[in-house]
Write a protein that binds this ligand. Structure first.
Ligand code: CA
Length: 411
């Protein structure tokens, strides 16, 4: 495990900060004086890299001067490594250009964060074994929990890029067709079983135009965000056969505002679990391509305090993002810079490791009690749902920043 790299930005040296020099995540921010621009989180500050490129301290062909990271991602792996190295040199303890760089630090408390990249297309997977087993048990019984294809294919569906929003965006409870198993006919109304899904999002940083290997897929992933796939279970239950989720998943998907790069996560690589069925050759593991990232879900009721309702880890996934991407391209499907892949809900083996309320409350049958004494089976209006995540190093952490959304009543 690597150690904390010391920065002259003192707040970046705290073991508590999500953004030490080891992290250097990429976001887009604005202040009351400036339009949205590219920045890098360091401690409790943001380094304005668009200004550094404007004054010549960084030089990446103008790709840092826009309001998203897509142009920079398109430059490719050599540029990704060079920017990380140059930022480290500018920000490390004893750096010679400190006074020049310091002028371009903005306190995070003065900044508004925006979508860090333009989502070109969005695909969501169903690749957490504990989640798939829990949901399958509820709907089909323990004997038939996993569909026959599950141990062979990273199952996914094409979602809506337009629905992806940055942390802090309020989410209006969706309406849709609802029909219980005993109802004669569907009705139209607000979802009564509105839920979260705790996921990681992988951001594609290089294009591909045909099938790519798992190794190439791994190299093409620029970085990761926390991802909450808001899900209306009652809409989903009525609409999902035979083509899978549609309106139940199209209201919104919230991501955390900082892209944590694959380079920052490199010391935390972890292996997928033992295979029950051997994977086909194009999907086989060639090395550890998951990451050891602690994840949790918090619920804060209107005016109340937060209860942590789930704790799990990204290494619980059955398929890595690289395997999902390799599978996605296996038919020839082209990928573009800025495509986003949702991992699928990340649950663990224990009851308190469940990454959705569908599982936490076992389909609504076992409501949980919050620290305020209130009970929850699904999300209520006014609730704030928060995902948190961090890879834990020796005296430092690689954090992602908030992934929050407050639920507004149906308009
Ligand atoms: Ca999902």
């Amino acid at each position: 495990m690597s150690e904390l790299m010391k920065s002259w930005v003192e707040s970046a040296n705290s073991p508590e900060t999500p953004f030490p020099l080891n992290n250097l995540p990429y976001g887009v921010f604005s202040t009351s004086d400036t339009a949205p621009r590219c920045g890098v989180a360091i401690g409790d500050q943001i380094l304005d890299v668009s200004a550094l490129e404007a004054n010549g301290l960084l030089s990446f062909g103008g790709s840092l001067s826009g309001s998203s990271w897509n142009a920079f991602m398109a430059l490719g792996q050599d540029s990704w490594a060079r920017l990380r190295q140059e930022l480290t040199t500018l920000l490390e303890d004893g750096a010679p250009n400190r006074s020049v760089v310091e002028a371009h630090l903005v306190p995070q408390s003065h900044a508004t964060l925006h979508m860090p990249f333009e989502v070109i297309e969005y695909t969501d997977f169903y690749a957490g074994r504990h989640h798939a087993t829990n949901v399958g048990t509820m709907f089909r019984g323990a004997e038939n929990a996993l569909p026959p294809n599950w141990l062979h294919i990273p199952i996914g569906y094409n979602g809506r890029a337009s629905s992806v929003v940055v942390s802090g965006t309020e989410i209006t409870r969706p309406c849709g067709q609802l029909k219980g198993p005993d109802d004669d006919a569907p009705r139209f109304g607000p979802s009564q079983r509105f839920d979260i899904e705790l996921e990681m999002g992988a951001i594609i940083g290089q294009p591909s135009s045909g099938p790519i290997s798992v190794d190439t897929a791994f190299a093409n992933i620029f970085g990761y965000v926390l991802l909450n796939d808001w899900s209306a279970r009652d809409i989903q239950a009525w609409e999902y056969q035979p083509l899978g989720p549609f309106q139940a998943k199209a209201t919104a998907t919230t991501i955390s505002p900082w892209i944590v790069t694959a380079a920052a996560l490199e010391p935390f690589r972890a292996s997928t679990p033992a295979r029950e069925k051997e994977l086909l050759p194009y999907l086989r593991d060639t090395g550890p391509m998951l990451y050891d990232i602690n994840l949790e879900v918090g619920l804060t009721p209107d005016g109340g305090r937060e209860t942590i309702v789930a704790r799990t880890n990204y290494k619980e996934m059955y398929y890595s993002a690289a395997q999902q991407l390799a599978h996605h391209t296996s038919c020839g499907c082209p990928m573009r810079v800025g495509d986003l892949l949702g991992s699928g809900t990340i649950s663990g083996p224990e009851k308190d490791n469940r990454g959705s309320f569908l599982e936490i409350s076992w389909g609504g049958k076992e409501p949980i009690t919050l620290e305020t004494g209130e009970q929850r089976s699904f999300i209520e209006d006014g609730d704030i749902l928060s995902l948190n995540g961090a890879a834990m190093g020796d005296g430092y952490r690689i954090g992602f920043g908030p992934c929050d959304g407050r639920i507004l009543p149906t308009a």
